[in-house]
Design a protein around this ligand. Structure first.
Ligand code: 5CA
Length: 157
């Protein structure tokens, strides 16, 4: 088992959240691929998008697969101007490579926001640390697990 996958499994188990991590036969590196691999709608896939603040702090935005983060709204929530975090920073802070970033199990704890669109579903699917592993979870449980702040930050809301 990869270290990244094990970290996600441990984070879930430690929190007492019993979910099954599934290996996808095809790549689930993007939300579109994940939706096809799992056989659910795009908005049921949790995208984990990382932004970097002016002082190098990373912020995680969990959004529904079909939604786009509005940078101005995200910056307003963070209280500073944000830009996309590069792949090296993402790996440094979360321990995950882009395409497999999980909402839990980060090397360094970081502030997390959650898109209210995700709460419309009974279950959503998130990456489990690799581009080939996902897990299904009730969005309210995901919110509790990540201590994410639920707030709108997507385009067109
Ligand atoms: N495993 C899937 C579904 S759970 C997944 O991780 N999807 S994702 O949306 O959370 O991660 C892919 C996202 O990474 C894409 O939306 C894309 O915007 C972003 N991304 C891709 N390349 C880079 C890069 N070089 N730097 C920063 N972000 C990137």
């Amino acid at each position: 088992m990869s270290k990244s996958l094990a970290r996600v499994q441990n984070a879930l188990t430690t929190a007492g959240v019993l979910v099954q991590i599934t290996q996808t036969p095809a790549s689930a590196r993007t939300a579109t691929e994940a939706a096809m691999a799992v056989g659910v709608g795009l908005d049921q896939i949790v995208k984990s998008i990382l932004f970097e603040g002016e002082k190098g702090t990373l912020y995680l935005f969990l959004t529904a697969g079909g939604q786009q983060v509005d940078l101005a709204k995200a910056s307003a929530l963070a209280g500073q101007t944000l830009q996309r975090a590069d792949a090296v920073r993402v790996r440094e802070v979360t321990g995950f490579a882009i395409g497999g970033v999980a909402p839990v199990g980060h090397l360094t704890p970081l502030p997390i926001w959650m898109d209210p669109h995700l709460l419309a579903f009974g279950q959503v699917w998130a990456a489990a640390g690799t581009p080939h592993h996902v897990f299904a979870i009730a969005p309210a449980v995901l919110q509790g697990l990540t201590a994410a702040v639920v707030a709108p930050f997507t385009q067109g809301v």
